[in-house]
Design a binder for this molecule. Structure first.
Ligand SMILES: [Zn+2]
Length: 242
């Protein structure tokens, strides 16, 4: 198990290594010196991702709990929910979380015309850019629905997941925690939804349980950069196993 100090040092190193990489957010630098970590020091990396937000009550509680734990996550946001939540979105960005696109109206992107696709993805991207002043947003298609047209029109990497406790179903935090902890691996991407109070409760308990097992929580971009995987527009990614 890693000590708290070791985890903090590793987190600082990951952040340092990623600083040079901000200009092209999903293009990982080739110079990440993995050799700087000995095998014994290399933390297990894992990414928490949240879809369908923001929702003021639950997302705020989640951000508070992640901040207390020093954990960075990735949020795939709904365009129609950005208005009146600009402060929450700026807070996510300022606190080091990664922000991505989950369409404007939470629709499947498969089978859409080019214009409808743009109204779901490009419009959400524009609104996020107006709020945050930068681009670099990854795409998570609702329902994980991807086909050739979605890949072609995405204009950015497509991020799916490897652990899905289906938290939208019974909304049972205890069951979700056990599912995620039992399936966690170095390089996993966890899917939760920050619009349900039990999911927020589960997420924070998952962080505590996996911290005790030596996991370091990173954003999606940090996860792939640490694994020397270059994210490419139109490609689909589900995990970053070593
Ligand atoms: Zn969704």
């Amino acid at each position: 198990m890693l000590s708290r100090t070791t985890r903090g040092g590793a987190a600082a190193l990951v952040l340092l290594l990623l600083t040079a990489w901000a200009a092209a957010p999903w293009v990982a630098t080739a110079s990440v010196p993995a050799a700087a970590w000995t095998a014994a020091e290399t933390p297990k990396l894992i990414a928490l991702t949240f879809d369908d937000g923001p929702r003021r009550s639950t997302t705020t509680a989640l951000l508070d709990g992640l901040a207390q734990r020093g954990v960075k996550a990735t949020f795939f946001l709904i365009g129609a929910q950005l208005e009146h939540n600009e402060d929450l979105i700026r807070r996510m960005d300022a606190e080091g979380h990664q922000i991505g696109i989950h369409t404007y109206d939470h629709v499947a992107l498969t089978g859409l015309s080019k214009a409808s696709f743009a109204a779901q993805v490009a419009l959400t991207r524009q609104k996020l850019m107006a709020i945050l002043g930068h681009d670099g947003f990854l795409l998570r298609p609702p329902y994980g629905a991807v086909d050739d047209a979605v890949r072609k029109n995405a204009g950015c990497p497509i991020i799916l997941w490897s652990i899905d406790p289906e938290d939208w179903g019974d909304q049972n935090a205890a069951r979700e925690i056990e599912h995620v902890v039992a399936n966690a691996q170095d390089g996993s991407i966890i899917l939760l939804h920050d619009i349900f109070p039990p999911s927020v409760e589960a997420a924070l308990a998952i962080v505590d349980r996996l911290h005790a097992q030596g996991y370091l929580f990173v954003t999606v971009e940090e996860l792939f950069a640490a694994r020397h995987i270059t994210l490419e527009a139109g490609e689909v990614y589900r995990d970053a196993y070593p």
